[in-house]
Design a protein around this ligand. Structure first.
Ligand code: HEC
Length: 206
């Protein structure tokens, strides 16, 4: 090996080592950092990568309040998909204990349901993003949880303050009285439901 080729070889090796260490750093950061990010106190920064998180399940045209039954898909209210995602570190904790760890972030994504497009003649598929809501379990909040609404697609702020007063009272009531695990609707997420059943963390009645 001439001095010149040796220098090039060393340079290549150094570059490779550097790239490898950068990759390790990036991975460590994303693993350590998928929890809630806040701005101006308790404003939740909208997680751009939630579509790379764990997918819990989808609901189609679900309505929760009795007076709305019959509205979904009946013309008065178009059919919509609701997709639920949770950050990976939270899911890993849940898989071990059946309880959501501090720093769990849930995203509820509402999308338009479309049919009779492309080759589709029956059934529905998901289309445009309509609304994003979020929920966080974090001991920084008085009762350990906070609810957020990022609003409609196209006009979503990068961060939003936690819902308060009347607005959050609705969320808390339904997410306390009708949820299978803590404040979450695990009864509608089949794989998480199996885990909770196995770990014995379902609320009585589930
Ligand atoms: C009347 C009942 C009800 C109310 C009120 C309600 N939710 Fe939910 N929420 C549900 C149900 C049922 C699900 C299960 C997922 C689905 O819709 O497919 C859910 C799921 C969620 C999820 C996914 C994680 C989880 O808890 O399972 C988030 C995030 C969420 N809701 C946010 C909110 C916010 C924010 C509010 C208040 C603005 C709110 N919800 C009000 C019934 C309710």
């Amino acid at each position: 090996m001439t001095v010149r080729t040796m220098t090039i070889a060393l340079g290549v090796a150094a570059a490779a080592a550097c790239a490898a260490s950068l990759a390790v750093t990036a991975r460590a950061q994303s693993e350590a950092g998928d929890g809630p990010r806040y701005r101006n106190g308790n404003e939740l920064v909208r997680p751009d990568d939630y579509r790379e998180w764990m997918f819990l399940s989808s609901g189609l045209g679900m309505t929760y309040e009795a007076e709305r039954v019959g509205e979904a898909g009946s013309g008065a209210r178009p059919m919509r998909f609701q997709n639920v995602f949770v950050n990976r570190s939270a899911y890993a904790g849940f898989a071990e204990t059946g309880e959501w760890p501090d720093g769990s972030v849930f995203i509820l994504e509402i999308r338009e349901a479309v049919s009779e497009a492309s080759i589709n003649v029956a059934g529905s598929f998901q289309s445009e993003l309509l609304v994003l809501e979020a929920e966080v379990k974090d001991s920084r909040f008085e009762d350990g949880w906070a609810f957020y609404n990022f609003g409609r697609a196209g006009a979503m702020p990068d961060s939003v303050a936690p819902l308060a007063g009347e607005e959050v009272a609705r969320c808390i009531e339904c997410h306390t009285d009708h949820t299978a695990v803590e404040r979450t609707f695990v009864q509608f997420y089949p794989v998480a439901l199996e885990i909770a059943r196995e770990k014995g963390t379902l609320k009585p009645g589930f």
